[in-house]
Write a protein that binds this ligand. Structure first.
Ligand code: BG6
Length: 487
């Protein structure tokens, strides 16, 4: 049976329209979609915030956001004016039921197929659902969009999911992990399943180990209130790194649709080996940054509790207990205030066969595939060749065969993940969004690891701000005869 075409969204209602996410990410993403003629003529965007603003004042704020977060070379007055015309504003105190009556007046002017985007704290979700329910606007043609983290642990994520499912069908719920909107992340499926060269080698027979690194150079800045209660494992591993892991390791989906892709990811999460107390020492490193060159340590950041033992770095050896990946270690590493912002997946292939080249070159053996999300969006395969030279018959050199997407696809700039995500919300495609099971399984694994860590004797390690993490993280990977890939 051919599935019914999804309803096209006519209006966006953006809760938290003056917040960081809206200003830095969503408004610029809408700008690029407008520039590229991707938005329907009638699409309207209603911003909701606590500040009393007129429509014009809100449009000025949108304009300021564009000047700050879209680079001057891409700004075009015609595009700005078309986009600003779409924006309206309604002031609303989300915790006051009366406010929703005013909102209902603004909603009357909008098309009926509405996407409600909650760029607000999950603490306010219930008030918003009840408020919207009270004014009878939650129909089967609307969608609800929420951001990661969905909760703080398994229990709280279940509570949020239950609240969502009380008012919406799973097919109306769009849970965002913005990594899934990144072009290179979407490319993982194409790279793996459209290239037989890779698909035939993508298993424990050919792959030695895999690294997934999300190193950030930023510290906590003004996000301490949020971050200190979370830590790097909950903030980065629970969704971003585990999602990358799923896409790297899942079986080929039967179809390129949300159901097939999500169910393959769920199987990976089910197969993740739980980290228990005994495994902490060899599989888990947790650390916090201290004062480094020109950079202050975590507990010296403004407003921070000096006794905080929240981790700003973790590295983990993960294992997937299934047929394809038996015995392959997956090293996950992420931290704040590291030497540079680097987000990459590195696949180390095994070298097999009888080695016939120079002994000096032997350390080079084994191809490496580097999939970079940052600083460049690129794919690079390290291959071996003979250096030119009459006397260099048996020496090896390793060089990258590289695809930099900006260059190969002649792009003006790499779109932010949010452009893809907003388009998919408009068009009703859930492939790039998380389903309930994915969120809950990921929390279960993280909760287990955190509980095991708490019960173990392992101490919190430290690393100077601006470096690549603690020495214990080097040891974790070296104990298995491997090394972190550093350019
Ligand atoms: C967010 C985390 O989800 O992702 C932040 O809450 C983190 O702490 C950010 O800095 C990283 O995203 P990106 O796209 O810059 O790698």
């Amino acid at each position: 049976m051919t599935p019914k075409p999804a309803i096209k969204i006519e209006s966006f209602v953006l809760f938290g329209a003056l917040g960081d996410l809206s200003i830095r990410k969503l408004i610029p993403a809408w700008y690029y979609l407008e520039r590229d003629d991707k938005l329907n003529d009638g699409l309207q965007i209603l911003g909701i915030g606590r500040q009393e603003l007129t429509r014009l004042q809100f449009q000025e704020k949108v304009n300021d956001a564009l000047s700050t977060y879209v680079s001057d070379e891409y700004l075009d007055i015609g595009v700005i004016s078309r986009l600003l015309n779409r924006f309206d504003y309604c002031c609303c105190d989300l915790q006051k039921p009366n406010s929703y009556q005013e909102l209902s007046l603004s909603l009357k002017n909008l098309g009926k197929a509405v996407a409600y985007y909650l760029a607000i704290s999950p603490r306010l979700f219930e008030s918003v659902f009840d408020g919207l329910n009270g004014i009878n606007v939650l129909t089967s043609s609307c969608r609800i969009v929420v951001e990661k983290p969905i909760g703080f642990d398994l229990e709280s994520s279940k509570e949020i999911n239950a609240k969502l499912l009380k008012h919406f069908e799973e097919s109306q719920i769009y849970r965002i992990d913005h990594y899934l909107g990144k072009e290179t992340v979407q490319n993982l499926i194409t790279l793996r399943f459209a290239n037989s060269l890779f698909s035939s080698q993508w298993n424990s027979k050919s792959i030695d180990y895999v690294e997934i690194t999300a190193a950030e150079s930023v510290g906590i800045e003004d996000r301490w209130g949020y971050f200190d209660g979370m830590g790097q494992l909950r903030d980065m591993v629970q969704s971003h790194l585990l999602q990358l892991l799923c896409l790297i390791t899942m079986e080929p989906p039967n179809r390129l649709n949300d159901q097939s892709i999500r169910s393959e990811k769920v199987k990976v999460l089910e197969a993740l080996k739980p980290i228990n107390e005994k495994g902490i020492e060899s599989n888990f490193v947790s650390a916090q940054y201290t004062d480094g060159e020109n950079k202050i340590g975590y507990i010296n950041e403004e407003g921070v509790d000096v006794t905080s033992d929240t981790e700003t770095f973790v590295s983990i050896k993960a294992e997937i207990q299934n047929w394809r990946w038996k015995g392959v270690p997956f090293y996950l590493r992420t931290g704040k205030r590291m030497a540079s912002k680097t987000t990459q997946i590195v696949i180390h292939f095994k070298s097999d066969g009888h080695y016939i080249f120079d002994q000096d070159s032997e350390s080079l053996k084994g191809n490496t595939l580097i999939i970079s999300l940052h600083p460049s969006e690129s794919i690079s395969l390290k291959v071996f060749t003979k250096p030119h030279g009459v006397d260099k018959h048996s020496t090896l050199r390793s060089d990258p065969m590289s695809l930099d997407f900006i260059k190969t696809q002649k792009l003006l700039n790499i779109p932010s993940g949010y452009q893809s995500l907003l388009m998919d919300i408009l068009n009703g495609n859930q492939s790039l969004f998380l389903c309930k099971e994915e969120v809950e399984l990921a929390w279960e694994w993280c909760d287990n690891a955190l509980e095991a860590y708490k019960n173990s004797n392992q101490e919190l390690y430290f690393y100077p701000a601006g470096t690549n993490g603690p020495k214990e993280s080097e040891q974790l990977i070296q104990n298995n005869g491997h090394n972190w890939h550093e350019e």
